[in-house]
Structure formats: C-alpha cells, structure tokens
Write a protein that binds this ligand. Structure first.
Ligand code: PPS
Length: 287
C-alpha cells in the first residue's frame, strides 16, 4: 500500500510510526530529565552507531547489554508512538534518540541540564543510504528511481523533510555547552579519538581496556553480526529484509558509486546555495 506522509509544523512524517498526538506530546509535554542524553540525527547519519557506543559506555565497555537487548529498546526514539511506550522501561541515566528538527524538539530540553549528541554525515552518502533503506522499510514511501529520489531529497520531499533545514536548525546550538556535534566521517577516521571526545563531553571516565571494548563492539562488523543491533529481528511486515540490509555498507563516499557527474554538479550547486549562510566548513567538504 502506498505511504502518504503527513505534515507536522512543516516536517513530513509517516503514519506508520508517528501521529499528530505523539509529535505534540514529544514537543510540548514530554519531560526531559537533567541526566538524559539525546542522540539527535537526520536519518542515516550514524544514529545506531552512536546508540551502540553510548550503550557500551553505559556498561563501561561490557557488551552483555548490547548482545541481549534490541538496540531500539536501549535507546527508544522518543517521538514515535512505539518509542513513547518503551521509554518507561529505560533506566536512568536515559539515552534517548530523535530525528526531530530543532524547532519541534522537546520544549523542556531548553530549560534542563540534559545533553545532546548531534551526528551529521555527508548528505550525498545519506541520500544513497536512504534510497536503499526506503526500499526495505515500509515506513518510507517507495523511492522510485534513483533520479526521482535524488530530486525529492534535494527538495526535502522525503520523510523528515529537508536535510539542510535539519542541520541549519540544530547548528543554532553549536556553541552551547550541553550540545556536542560530530560527523559520521570523523567516527570513521578516528573512532577511538571520537569515543574519547564523547566520554569527555559526558564526563565519563573509562580505562584503556574499557575503551578498547567500546571500539571493538561498536565496529561495523560487530554490529552487523549482532542480531540485537542489526535489525534482523524486525518483522517482515515492517522491514523487508529480502530487499537489503540495515547494516548495508557502512562506508564513506559510496555516493561516488551512484552519482553521475551531472548529478554531482547539480547537488553541489544546491548545497552551496542552501548552506552559504551557515559559515561552517564540514569534514566532507575538505575531502
Ligand atoms: S537510521 O535508520 O536513520 O536510524 O539509520 P542510521 O543508524 O542513522 O544510519 C545507518 C547507516 O549507518 C551505517 N552504520 C555504520 N557505519 C559504520 N560503522 C558502524 N558501526 C555502523 N552502524 C551503522 C549503516 O550501515 C548505514 O549506512 P549505509 O551507508 O547505508 O551502510
């Protein structure tokens, strides 16, 4: 059946996991706690990688929890209908996840001491990852051809709307002390150093051996093999595993295998136009 998105305050959502009520609750009624940590991302930016890292930090590197409890229960998406029913079982300090744009995030966050870890990824690689994922997850509209999806992504005509708006919205907090941002590419380039930076932000001290364990157990290979983290437990009615794998490639620069030269030029043009006022140079722009 074709999926029809609905709008909540200018952002597209899917009725499969969201409702007007769940979003209104998330924005206006949800009570953020001072010791909460939120992983906030535009989809396909490395959300689950960070959930795995924070799960392992919570257990001081012990992989037992990650190996026995599904990733979505360890850190529920707090704005989804299902996530809201799962949160009561999360023991503090809570690590919760969100794809919400800045302007509709929990109001109570802004008067709390809670922390946000915001992850960004080269939007060209997000486009590719999302294109493949949209074919398997029934929450998403059928992406059509790569060319059609390419245009939809640039216009923000996709679930969660515009990547550009998401990043520009959240970057308003870039100098706040309870906001930490990192890129998927930095995680790739230096996972150990990235984990250490996350620990510093969270005020968490781990031994060398415990950090080794975090790095090892949050690797692409370890997560792909862990059925609690690779989404193979999701029923077929929600995710068609015959059409791909959630842990697809986990690489930087896969867009080069998908974009034509003309598509890349067009993408760059739109990118520079939309990002010109932000005055930030991202990791992927230097590569
Ligand atoms: S979602 O659906 O929005 O929650 O997806 P998200 O977790 O943000 O992103 C999924 C992509 O991240 C890759 N991934 C990883 N890459 C490297 N190392 C680790 N450990 C890792 N875990 C997940 C995953 O493969 C998706 O990227 P693509 O490019 O599709 O492979």
């Amino acid at each position: 059946m074709a999926v029809e998105y609905f709008m909540y305050k200018g952002v597209k959502f899917s009725p499969g996991s969201y409702s007007e009520e769940s979003l209104n609750f998330a924005e206006n009624e949800f009570q953020v706690q001072d010791d909460d940590v939120y992983i906030v991302t535009y989809p396909k930016s490395g959300t689950n990688w960070m959930i795995e890292i924070l799960s392992l930090l919570k257990t001081n590197g012990d992989p037992n929890w990650c190996n026995n409890v599904p990733i979505w229960l360890r850190s529920p998406w707090y704005e989804t209908v299902e996530g809201q029913s799962q949160i009561k079982d999360v023991t503090p300090p809570r690590v919760l996840t969100s794809h919400l744009h800045y302007h509709i995030f929990a109001k109570s966050f802004f008067t709390s001491k809670a922390k946000i870890i915001y992850i960004m990824r080269n939007p060209k690689d997000i486009l590719v990852s999302l294109f493949h994922f949209s074919k398997m997850l029934h929450l998403y509209r059928d992406p059509g051809s790569f060319n059609e999806f390419f245009e939809d992504f640039l216009q923000g005509n996709v679930l969660y709307s515009s990547w550009f708006d998401h990043v520009k919205g959240w970057m308003q907090l870039k100098t706040s002390k309870n906001f930490f941002y990192i890129t998927y590419e930095e995680l790739h380039q230096d996972i150990r150093g990235s984990v250490e930076r996350v620990c510093e932000f969270l005020g968490k001290e781990l031994s060398e051996a415990q950090i080794d364990s975090v790095v090892r157990n949050a690797s692409f290979t370890a997560m792909k093999e862990n059925k609690m983290s690779n989404y193979s437990l999701i029923p077929q009615s929600f995710m068609d595993q015959s059409k791909g794998s959630f842990m697809r490639k986990g690489t930087v620069g896969d867009w080069k295998n998908h974009f034509t030269v003309a598509q890349n030029e067009y993408f760059e043009e739109i990118y520079h136009e939309k990002m010109k006022d932000l005055n930030m140079k991202f990791f992927w722009e230097q590569c």
